[in-house]
Design a binder for this molecule. Sequence first.
Ligand SMILES: Nc1ncnc2c1ncn2[C@@H]1O[C@H](COP(=O)(O)OP(=O)(O)OP(=O)(O)O)[C@@H](O)[C@H]1O
Length: 234
Amino acid sequence: MIEVKNLTKYYNFAERPAVKNVNFLAREGEVTVLLGPNGAGKSTTIKSIVNLLNYQGEVNICGYPNHSLEAKRSFGYVPEVPILYDLLTVEESINFIGKAYRLQNYRETAEAYLELFELTAQKDKLSKELSKGMRQKLSMLLALLIQPKALLVDEPMVGLDPASIEAVLQLFIRLKEQGTSVLISTHIIDVVNDIWDCAYIMKQGEIVREIHRGEEGSETLKQIFFETTAEGKA
Ligand SMILES: Nc1ncnc2c1ncn2[C@@H]1O[C@H](COP(=O)(O)OP(=O)(O)OP(=O)(O)O)[C@@H](O)[C@H]1O
């Protein structure tokens, strides 16, 4: 479970907050999506949750304050732009995370994800030698290596080919079946159309709509998104 309470973020010298009084839950066994147009505050929210930014408010992950060791051991984060160790190979990057987190039996987990992401043949390549999509998949693999109870993914499908997109969608479904809280930020609704359980629509730094699967009526999530974020709407 990821619990966000009264999250507000002002960047240095900004007059307006990038995120204003945001409250939401990403429940266990569900895919929660943060939707919003460019600049709505999605990445700022995710970066605040994983403690990469200073902010006002309270964030708990699996019941622990997000800055605690317990929380840090519980979540995986996949940023929009992968942050990798360029001079480590894929194999070395896996071993680095395995040792840093003191993981038991991480090799088995790694092999399964290397296969899923079709990275097995790239094991000896340096991270800097990988293609954009391969870097994205390695970033996801490293976040999954710790078998996180909460997974936060910022724009998961950017740069991925159709087979990889399908593999990642199936993976998200499997993770939620295993009870993981999956939080995805995206402005591409088609990507999450089949897997979302709860959606929070952001506009100008605020959550302007919360919707649970089944509440859409005859409308699609995309229609609700466009109605909610249309110019002139509060
Ligand atoms: N490092 C920064 N310094 C100052 N302002 C920032 C910084 N990063 C983001 N912002 C501002 O914060 C607001 C929210 O940006 P954010 O990146 O969180 O939006 P987003 O919803 O993730 O957008 P996108 O879909 O384009 O990735 C925007 O007004 C943006 O200009």
